[in-house]
Design a protein around this ligand. Structure first.
Ligand code: PLP
Length: 438
């Protein structure tokens, strides 16, 4: 009788099982880096272990949708950076936020959000949550805590904020909002994408859940789309159960890249902070700029609050050009065609990127609503990279010089510079008074 071939005889079978070495791969040795476990599933050592894992009696990997080794490594690291007990990675920041909404809330629940949030989060809260999930989201000006208290009713389950907010860079008082949430037994969620845990750790200030678009500073190189949620073990267990069901998990390669990006996280953040503080100063002193939104500026009404809860003001600012949409278009096209600054919608990358929220990230919000939220047509959002500062400033100097040669520029320059430089929205008289007395 011919010798039985354990590895099969057919070409297909041998192509799949032909390597004895592959069977034996077990990375236990002292690799200095963890390799990519590019696998959809994991072998069980025996049936009893498999049964225990499925019954939840034992922890272990079994199928990529429910988690994988490369993902676990960054979940642990991001949780540790944020001072949280546990974390869950997702295939995008939006997957992290939407999955958590589905995991924790149900029809009839209500949530309070700050007015200005990332465009897709706005869309999720304004349409998807109420229309598809029956969860109502109220956009409330949380600069005034009375507004928050007044908006809470028996159905309110949570408060969501972005601080700094995208793209107005508004800052909210995390400690005070956390206190109100605690008093009313509400879950306090914060999207910490703009600040990153280098600059701000909301859990230490009383927040319960922190979200990240890991696409941004955590990965840092604009080559991965991913998201993260960190919180208590109890909340993350609920988030994980829903994620296993809905399937918005991160793949091993993307997790590997984020792990690599995290190694330079602190260095990158230091440079983002430095470059942005300098370019904010430069822009705020430029005759073609009417307003700069950056909490780190000495003239910013948010500076004291920002620095009471942030180590640095991170790498994004917005500004308004003295001019119309045509001028904005000319500036952005010039920068994109003639300098290294990219016309692209993201942030937190090594590369400096520029975009116009009214036409891009926040274009889905109806104009009147968008203006109410403080996002002017001529607002430009600048995500400052980690290039040499002098080159970033030179690129802007060159582009502004070009704009000055354009028709109609002189008339725009006669418009006075506004020195509000604090929040996106104009404050009411009462709000101004409250702010002063705070
Ligand atoms: N949160 C903020 C503040 C963002 O700026 C973004 C995207 O730009 C997201 C969430 C969504 O993240 P992602 O694009 O990774 O889904």
């Amino acid at each position: 009788m011919a010798k039985k071939e354990k590895r099969g005889r057919g070409i297909a079978t041998r192509a799949i099982h032909g390597s004895k070495t592959e069977d034996k791969v077990e990375v236990k040795g002292p690799c200095s880096k963890v390799p990519i476990f590019q696998t959809a599933n994991y072998r069980f050592p025996d049936v009893q272990t498999a049964a225990n894992i499925f019954a939840g009696k034992e922890e272990g990997y079994f199928y990529g949708r429910f988690g994988g080794l490369n993902a676990t490594i960054i979940e642990e690291k991001i949780a540790s950076l944020e001072g949280a007990e546990a974390g869950r990675m997702f295939s995008s920041g939006m997957a992290a936020i939407s999955n958590t909404m589905i995991a924790l809330f149900e029809k009839g629940d209500e949530i309070i959000s700050c007015p200005t949030v990332y465009g897709c989060t706005d869309d999720l809260f304004s349409h998807f949550c109420p229309n598809k999930l029956g969860i109502k989201v109220h956009f409330v000006d949380l600069n005034d805590l009375e507004n928050l208290k007044n908006a809470i009713n028996k159905n309110t389950k949570a408060v969501f904020i972005e601080s700094p907010a995208n793209p107005t860079l508004e800052i909210f008082d995390i400690r005070l909002i956390a206190k109100v949430c605690k008093e009313h037994n509400l879950i306090f969620m914060i999207d910490n994408t703009f600040a990153s845990p280098y600059n701000q750790r909301p859990i230490e200030m009383g927040a319960n859940i922190v979200f990240h678009s890991a696409t941004k500073y955590l990965n840092g190189h604009s080559d991965v789309v991913a998201g993260a949620v960190v919180s208590t073990k109890k909340i993350i267990a609920k988030v994980k159960a829903t994620a296993g069901l809905l399937g918005p998990s991160i793949g091993p390669f993307d997790a590997f890249l984020i792990n690599r990006g995290l190694e330079t996280f602190e260095l990158r953040m230091q440079r983002h902070n430095e470059n942005t503080a300098k370019i904010a100063e430069f822009l705020s002193g430029h005759k073609m700029v009417s307003v700069v939104y950056y909490p780190g500026l000495a003239t910013s009404g948010n500076r004291i609050l920002a620095l009471s809860q942030m180590k640095g003001c991170s790498g994004v600012l917005s500004f308004e050009l003295k001019g119309n949409m045509k001028m904005v278009e000319k500036l952005l096209n010039y920068l994109s065609d003639n300098t290294f600054i990219k016309l692209a919608v993201s942030l937190g990358s090594t590369t400096t990127m520029i975009q116009c929220p009214a036409l891009m990230t926040h274009a889905a919000i109806p104009r009147a609503k968008r203006l109410e939220k403080g996002i002017a047509d001529t607002m430009i959002r600048l995500a400052v990279g980690i290039e040499n500062y002098e080159d970033i400033e030179s690129a802007f100097k060159e582009a502004f010089k070009y704009l000055e040669t354009q028709n109609g520029c002189a008339a725009h320059l006669r418009r006075s510079t506004r020195h509000i430089i604090n929040t996106g929205r104009r404050l009411t008289k009462t709000q101004k008074k409250k702010r002063k007395n705070r």
